[in-house]
Ligand binder design. Structure first.
Ligand SMILES: O=C(CO)[C@H](O)[C@H](O)COP(=O)(O)O
Length: 218
């Protein structure tokens, strides 16, 4: 199970400061949408240069012009780029094709999706990696309902699943029970005074769970 660190609402300097402290603990690095909007593809390139062995996710949140944006992300060194689930099927197909040609992967962000029928369509298009996502603004008015989120993918055991949305030490146990492949954490690490300790504590809980609870991924 991977711990993906989401770098959101941070300066470039803060990103590198946090990465220096947490790189030995985390598995995947996500360059957040806002960081990409602030610094462009240069920051993706720079992070890949500095951490070449980490799987790098560019959270492009592409919803149109898929071919161009996926190529941009992979050219900058991303291993994975994100595409919104509500995008036109042509956008999904185009990004998957670019990924296949360049050896990258597409993570489909399911933010706002409530119809399992869309997952059926996405898998039919060739999607194999999705992120269940309870959005930042949604978090202001409610809490993530793990069971509802994971019920979207329950008919698709072969789908690789990441999960994101305000995950912290309190909500982690409920998430672990659902057996995701990747747990995406932003604020519960990046906004803590000791980011290294926060990352180690979450990764430690993930490892403990895997070791002691006969953990089986979905
Ligand atoms: O994609 C995102 C926001 O759109 C974030 O990466 C995701 O929500 C994780 O951050 P946090 O743990 O702070 O919610």
């Amino acid at each position: 199970m991977n711990l993906q660190l989401a770098l959101d609402r941070l300066t470039r300097e803060e990103c590198f400061h946090i990465l220096d402290a947490t790189a030995s603990t985390i598995d995947w690095i996500e360059v957040g949408t806002g960081v990409i909007k602030e610094y462009g593809m240069a920051v993706v390139r720079e992070i890949k240069d500095r951490y070449p062995d980490k799987t790098l996710v560019a959270d492009m949140k592409t919803c149109d012009a898929g071919k161009h944006e996926a190529a941009q992300a992979f050219r900058a060194g991303a291993d994975i780029t994100t595409v919104m689930a509500f995008s036109a099927d042509q956008t999904i197909v185009d990004t998957l094709k670019v990924a296949e040609e360049t050896g990258g992967r597409i993570m489909i962000d399911l933010l706002g999706v409530t119809d399992p029928g869309r997952i059926e369509e996405l898998t039919g298009l060739g999607v194999d990696l999705v992120s269940l996502h309870f959005g930042k603004d949604m978090q202001q008015t409610g809490d993530m309902k793990e069971e509802d989120l994971f019920s979207l993918v329950k008919e698709h055991p072969d789908l690789e699943v990441a999960v994101a949305g305000g995950i912290n030490a309190d909500s982690l146990p409920g998430i672990l029970k659902e057996g995701p492949d990747t747990i995406i954490v932003g604020s519960a690490i990046t906004k803590q005074s000791n980011t290294k300790k926060a990352a180690e504590s979450l990764k430690g809980a993930m490892n403990d769970y895997e070791n002691h609870h006969q953990y089986s991924q979905r």
